[in-house]
Design a protein around this ligand. Sequence first.
Ligand SMILES: *Cc1c(COP(=O)(O)O)cnc(C)c1O
Length: 485
Amino acid sequence: MKLIYEKSQAGRRASVIPRPEGLPAADVPEELRRAEPPRLPEVPEFELVRHFTELSTRNFGIDNGFYPLGSCTMKYNPRVNERLVMLPGFAQLHPHQEEDGAQGALELEWRLQEILMEVTGLDAVSLQPAAGSQGELTGLMLVRAYFEDQGESEQRRKVVIPDTAHGTNPASVTMAGYELTPVRTDARGNIDVEDLRGKVDEHTAALMLTNPSTLGLFDENIEEIKEIFHGAGALMYYDGANLNAVCGISRPGDMGFDIVHINLHKTFSQPHGGGGPGGGPIAVRKILEPYLPVPAVVHKEDGTFALDYARPKSIGKVRGFTGPFGVFVRSYAYIRMYGPLLREMSETAVLNANYVLARLKDAYDLPFDRLCMHEFVLSARSLKRDHGATALDVAKRLMDYGFHPPTVYFPLIVPEALMIEPTETETKETLDAFCDAMLAIAQEAADDVTLLKEAPHDRPVRRLDEVRAAKNPVVKYGFEPAPVA
Ligand SMILES: *Cc1c(COP(=O)(O)O)cnc(C)c1O
């Protein structure tokens, strides 16, 4: 397919706006004018529309297929979300609008905060962080602010993270200036409590834990873990990026966690992963509320809503204004559609994951054979040993069957990992079609492994050189790639 620049012909225009009579010429100072006009493609409107429509059909998204991308919670984004976010009172609101002209927007933010407090079982929320990873960093800044207040910030330098953690966890710990203390996973897929005991002491600032973990397993020793950390005077941070398994069923606050971030773009629907912005609010226990970012969205006694900057212990701002507002509207709409039945969202997500797991666990290896939560991790270890087919080959072949591949090679502790998260929105027919494809691929590996090795066969782009793409990304047209070192 040609680039839009290659379709360009000098003088062609999408539209020419008639110039009203008597309109003075734009008064641009000489020194600010370009010698040459910018090199833009010149095409008629229909060429433009055809070009980008054609490109869009080569893409894969949640709107044209099943997307079981583990840990990413790629659920369908209901269209009503988009209608609501386009309401002029939301879409045309200026971020500098005075409070009395933005009461509806502030009320929506306040209500979302209240819902997130209820869902997490904690006492205060800041909607400001723009992503899960930024929520993590913000949460760790709160940990630091808290221990500074206690006079213990010099002493408490370590943050404990299990080896199943999402990559953003160790990155956030390092960025926040803490030292990493890794802890092992035991044979059942829980944190290894014996390993943990030896690693938590008066130098520990916090635990960062995802529960259910990235293995899709709920930690069976969470109460004991809580005793260990709170007993050592440390705080507990809950990575709630995928709250999809537990909404309305169990609450991080009740498990003993002091700080939680929630990925609105995952759990509460939002085009994401290249398709839109995210939101990573944090919820905290009362003792941490004074340090939350400003401004706080508050409900005043006179019934109005306002922005409160008078928080002397606040860590300050982590993002512009009050956060990614469009994300709040969509998430609020999604939550309100379930109303008091939000629990059904999680129950269906867990049911769907267990259904797919039950159908696939004989054809692939299952490293931790337990009831799963919102997702589960299989391994292509035996396919590799017996037929030379890797997790990557399985993922690529799935594309030929019309499915987005699952997450592969993560978590790192599972060799040839295939991490599958169906979410609650899919029908049984779709889940069955996906399982049929996975089973067919396992059979193909035995019969004719080249089918997998050379996949995808039926997609606009065939197998890419992943090493070269990672080491030498060429993202600019007309750029001569350097040879891979
Ligand atoms: C997605 C995810 C994150 C990071 O969230 P971003 O919004 O992508 O920054 C952190 N932890 C877990 C477990 C996740 O799945």
